[in-house]
Design a protein around this ligand. Structure first.
Ligand SMILES: [Zn+2]
Length: 325
């Protein structure tokens, strides 16, 4: 098996960019976007940025509007850092399509521009997929799927790309052209529900909401993961005994194992999306202990009305989260 991917460089690419990409490829083996010691962004900054800057200076200023980030005065690696390589690729493809439809005169300069930008887009895509050399593989998914984390960053579903590749390998889709076309439109980081840009080009409000609560999602996932390693002991380590007991009872009623990553991620997502705060978890536990609203209020040092309001909102939660299953 050939273990190193070759970055596709388009015919007609600017020679200095071509040289930079080749130089990049000679050095990129230990680098990846996940590595702290060898962050791929640093290599991009070091090797690619100067070449792209120099190339852009040879073109009329209006061309920078067709290179993602450049129109806003940002460099290649800076843009990649800011919006992420995945988004950068999708954005760049849109911009290039726009260029081809509007400005392109098909003369040598424009042909070179298209080939150069296509090559840089391939580079960005390959960087997004690059894994550190010593990476463990994900069971059940083929090589292409393993190139990136299979899960959506925001829930327990597969990313669009991972689920496409899984289906493609199941159905033995061998049409490389189809795969190539399709992969450009699919999100590598997010599932269909959480993709940042909807198919019609609008921003996805569900993505924005989930992204804003990413820290809480991670926190919930950590607690659930800790608690499910030993379900007969309270060990969510939330810092509050009542909240810890919530996770204890939540997981006691289920048969989740630490390996049930998808389900754990989905439950963490559900807790966040249903706004099940730690305060509400405390209320649920005290209610489970048999305390009435006044007792719960006194115990938590809050108004009885607040307890009543919380209980009303909790009634619409899935039974599982209400600890009634
Ligand atoms: Zn998702």
């Amino acid at each position: 098996m050939k273990n190193e991917q070759a970055i596709t460089i388009w015919d007609g690419c600017d020679p200095s960019i071509l040289e930079a990409i080749e130089h990049f490829q000679e050095r990129w083996q230990p680098y990846s976007s996940a590595s702290r010691r060898y962050p791929i962004m640093r290599l991009l900054q070091e090797v690619i940025d100067p070449a792209v800057d120099a190339y852009m200076k040879t073109l009329p200023a209006s061309y920078s509007g067709f290179v993602s980030g450049f129109g806003a005065g940002m460099g290649f690696s800076e843009t990649a850092r800011l919006v992420g390589l995945d988004t950068m690729v999708r954005l760049q493809r849109k911009l290039l399509l726009h260029f081809i439809k509007t400005v392109n005169k098909h003369d040598s300069r424009d042909q070179r521009f298209v080939a150069t930008i296509e090559s840089l887009t391939e580079l960005a895509w390959d960087c997004a997929c690059k894994r550190p050399k010593k990476s463990t593989s994900v069971v059940g998914l083929n090589l292409n799927t393993q190139r990136k984390h299979a899960f959506c960053e925001l829930c327990g579903e597969f990313s669009e790309f991972a689920s496409f590749m899984a289906t493609a390998s199941e159905e033995h889709v061998n049409d490389a052209e189809l795969v190539h076309e399709k992969r450009l439109q699919l999100s590598h980081q997010y599932c269909t529900r959480h993709r940042p840009i909807l198919v019609d080009g609008r921003r996805n409000p569900i993505y924005r909401q989930a992204k804003r609560s990413l820290a809480q999602f991670t926190l919930e996932l950590d607690r659930l993961s800790r608690q499910c390693t030993k379900r007969n002991m309270s060990q969510a380590a939330s810092g509050d005994p009542l909240v810890d007991r919530y996770y204890y009872w939540l997981l006691l009623s289920q048969t989740l194992q630490p390996a049930d990553k998808a389900e754990l991620r989905n439950q963490a997502r559900l807790i966040v999306d249903t706004r099940l705060s730690d305060r509400k978890k405390q209320i649920l536990i005290l209610q489970r202990d048999g305390l009435n609203q006044s007792d719960i209020a006194r115990r938590l040092g809050i108004e009885r009305q607040a307890v009543s309001k919380a209980l009303k909102s909790l009634a619409s939660l899935p039974k599982l989260l209400q600890l009634k299953e």
